[in-house]
Design a protein around this ligand. Structure first.
Ligand SMILES: *Cc1c(COP(=O)(O)O)cnc(C)c1O
Length: 405
């Protein structure tokens, strides 16, 4: 992909949140009633603004308030979802049901994969790459220039080297560039078998464009370097790919060894969460700890039972059929947005079956008003469930008015 022309932007970290002296926690207990009012006013203000958030992938159409009493219990999912533990105050049965649902979504029989509820897509990437490193300790990671920045953070923690592969115009990893790089890094060393191997980080729904890397093709191409491990970072696009008419090759059936997805994006949740799934034979034997009396192959120790309860509730309301309908509606809204943005002269672009629609970056007031995500001279919206025609029409009206001299 050609480098975008330089446009003055706010640099990461340039926007800082000032410390609010009113919120300072001092020596004396504060007035609980006043604090409750502060919190509820904050929530009300945020809710009022949320229908204008078009540029980020978290669906905001949810309500879990009837489950308020869950806030009065402690549920701590220590260790593996299938493992008992000493405290026995957990919600692991619910977590197992969630993992089963996501396994089916990702083309695996629930018994064939190990998985657990993470804090989000990024923990899943770290888990996938850690598993890959255990099997291919000499391999480097191949990720496209469109891969999420969490990939670099995870690789850095694990001491894995990342080779950045160019992307094509539509945002997918360039197979020819992957072929060239895996060929260069093959090493004919009898001690290392056919070569060091390759860890391919495929992105299923790239952050800027929503493009789907082809797991089957990338796996085949990378085998020049020896054994291949593929992690599918499906944080944004896994649930979409699972129901997309063009049937992207993204999951276990297509050759992935591990898959990570976010729970708070397409589905929507008041607490960030996600799921990581790994082919069962790639996960080490369960090791236990005396104190917690649980087997634990997760990255955390204590994990949120509340996130599992809320996610279970959301998934039960949908089922696979409801999810398919949710995705169909989102794709239809992306079609609508593409047409309207074209009429507004904003040059939209969108890969097949993507919820992400890119267009020419508008004036800063429009970026701020509609909470758009920008990169270079392009901006994007993501048509998750709270984004309807009304907001798209509002955005397009602003784009047209902003153009007037
Ligand atoms: C959002 C996203 C992530 C990070 O997921 P979190 O749940 O925010 O940690 C990683 N990869 C891609 C492609 C994403 O869109």
């Amino acid at each position: 992909m050609p480098a975008p022309p330089a446009v003055p932007t706010r640099a990461p970290g340039e926007d800082t949140i000032p410390t609010d002296p009113y919120l300072r926690i001092g020596q004396q207990p504060s007035d609980r009633g006043a604090d409750t009012k502060t919190l509820l006013t904050w929530a009300q203000d945020l809710r009022a603004e949320q229908h204008q958030v078009l540029g980020f992938p978290g669906a905001l159409d949810f309500s879990y308030s009837e489950l308020g009493p869950l806030l009065d219990v402690f549920a701590n999912n220590v260790g593996d979802p299938s493992s008992g533990d000493a405290s026995a105050v957990h919600a692991k049965a619910f977590e197992q049901a969630i993992v089963g649902f996501f396994a089916e979504t990702a083309g695996a029989a629930p018994d064939d994969v190990y998985g657990y509820l993470t804090t989000g897509g990024s923990e899943g990437i770290l888990y996938g790459l850690a598993t890959a490193r255990r099997h291919l300790p000499h391999a480097r990671v191949y990720a496209s220039d469109q891969a999420h920045y969490s990939v670099h953070k995870a690789a850095g923690l694990l001491g894995l080297e990342v080779t950045t592969i160019a992307s094509r115009e539509d945002g997918t990893m360039d197979p020819d560039d992957l072929r060239m790089h895996t060929f260069v890094h093959r090493r004919i060393n009898p001690r290392l078998g056919r070569g060091p191997g390759a860890i391919v980080l495929a992105t299923i729904g790239t952050t800027m464009h929503g493009a789907y890397d082809d797991v089957t093709a990338l796996r085949r191409i990378a085998s020049t370097a020896g054994a291949v491990y593929v992690h599918a970072d499906a944080a944004l696009g896994g649930l979409v790919a699972a129901h997309a008419p063009s049937r992207p090759a993204w999951n276990f059936e297509h050759g992935a060894d591990s898959v990570s997805m976010s729970g708070h994006k397409i589905i929507g949740s008041p607490v960030p969460c996600g799921v990581v799934l790994v082919r069962r034979e790639l996960v080490p034997e369960a090791a236990g700890a005396e104190y917690v009396k649980a087997t634990d192959r997760t990255l955390g120790c204590s994990r949120s039972g509340l996130a599992a309860l809320l996610m279970w509730s959301a998934l039960r309301r949908l089922g696979h059929d409801g999810m398919r309908e949710r995705i169909r509606a989102g794709l239809e809204m992306a079609d609508y947005a593409t047409r309207q943005l074209a009429s507004a002269g904003a040059s939209p672009s969108r890969p097949a079956d993507s919820l992400v629609v890119c267009f020419d970056r508008p004036d800063p007031w429009i970026v701020d008003r509609w909470h758009l995500a920008c990169e270079g001279d392009r901006a994007h919206i993501v048509t998750v469930a709270h984004v309807g025609r009304e907001q798209i029409d509002g955005l397009c009206a602003d784009l047209s008015s902003g153009r007037r001299p």
